[in-house]
Design a protein. Structure first.
Length: 232
C-alpha cells in the first residue's frame, strides 16, 4: 500500500515538475554557471572559493588568481600564507587556501594530475563536497549532476519537492523527480529564479511565474487576499 501511494505521488510530482521546467526554460533560457573558468581545474578552484561567497566576488578574485597560479603544480606548491592573501576577499580564506593546496596535491599524488570525473572520486578531495563535485561534473565534463545550493534548497522546499533541510536528501529527492538529462540546467534555472524572484527574504509571489504550481506561493497569495478582505 505504501509503495502504491509513493508511486502515485511520484507520478503527480513528476507531472508538476514537467510544467515547472517548461516555465523555467521560457524564463531563463540562458541560465548557466556564473563562475568564470576555462578548464576543469579552474572550475574546481572557483567552486571551492564560492562557499559562503558570491560568484561575482569569486570571479573578481580568480581573474588574477588563475594568471598567478596557472597549473595544478602551481597551486600544489603555493606558499600557504601567500595563497591566503590572494583569496582573502572570498572569506574563510585560511581553510580555503589549505583545502585548495591539499586538493591539488591529492590530484597529483592519487590521480596523476588528472581532475577526477566521477562524483565518488571528487568527494575524496579536500574541500570538495557533493555540491562542488556536481558543479564540476555538470559544467566541466557534461556529466549530469544535481547541484543543491542555498537557492535550490530554498526553492525546492517552497515548491514542496522536499521537506528536508539536508542538501544531500534534497538532491536525491530532486533526482527522483527530475529527468537525469535536465539536472544541470534545472539547477542553473532554479538558481537564476532564486536570485531574481524567489529570494530568501521578500519572495515576489505575486509576479512569480511558478505561483500557480507552488504551494507556498498559492498559500501566501490566499493569505494576503483574505487579509485584504477582512479589512474591507
Amino acid at each position: 500500500m505504501e509503495n502504491s501511494k509513493h508511486t502515485t505521488k511520484l507520478k503527480r510530482e513528476r507531472k508538476r515538475a514537467t510544467a515547472i521546467i517548461e516555465i523555467l526554460e521560457r524564463e531563463y533560457p540562458e541560465a548557466r554557471c556564473s563562475l568564470i573558468f576555462t578548464n576543469p581545474l579552474e572550475l574546481l578552484i572557483a567552486t571551492i572559493l564560492s562557499a559562503q561567497c558570491t560568484d561575482e566576488q569569486v570571479n573578481k578574485v580568480t581573474e588574477k588568481l588563475f594568471k598567478k597560479y596557472s597549473s595544478l603544480n602551481a597551486f600544489a606548491g603555493a606558499d600557504l600564507g601567500e595563497l591566503e592573501l590572494d583569496i582573502r576577499p572570498t572569506g574563510f580564506y585560511r581553510n580555503k587556501a589549505k583545502n585548495i593546496k591539499r586538493c591539488c596535491q591529492s590530484i597529483l599524488e592519487r590521480y596523476d594530475g588528472r581532475i577526477p570525473a566521477t562524483l565518488n572520486e571528487l568527494v575524496t578531495l579536500e574541500g570538495v563536497g557533493r555540491k562542488t563535485a556536481n558543479v564540476v561534473l555538470g559544467n566541466a565534463f557534461g556529466i549530469p549532476g544535481m547541484v543543491v545550493d542555498t537557492h535550490v534548497t530554498r526553492i525546492s522546499q517552497r515548491l514542496g519537492f522536499a521537506a528536508e533541510t539536508d542538501p544531500v536528501k534534497i538532491e536525491f529527492a530532486l533526482m527522483e523527480i527530475i529527468a537525469k538529462e535536465l539536472w544541470v540546467q534545472f539547477s542553473h534555472q532554479l538558481i537564476a529564479h532564486g536570485r531574481r524572484i524567489c529570494k530568501a527574504r521578500g519572495p515576489q509571489h505575486r509576479v512569480c511565474p511558478l505561483q500557480h504550481l507552488c504551494p507556498t506561493g498559492k498559500a501566501e497569495i490566499s493569505l494576503i487576499g483574505s487579509q485584504l478582505g477582512e479589512k474591507v
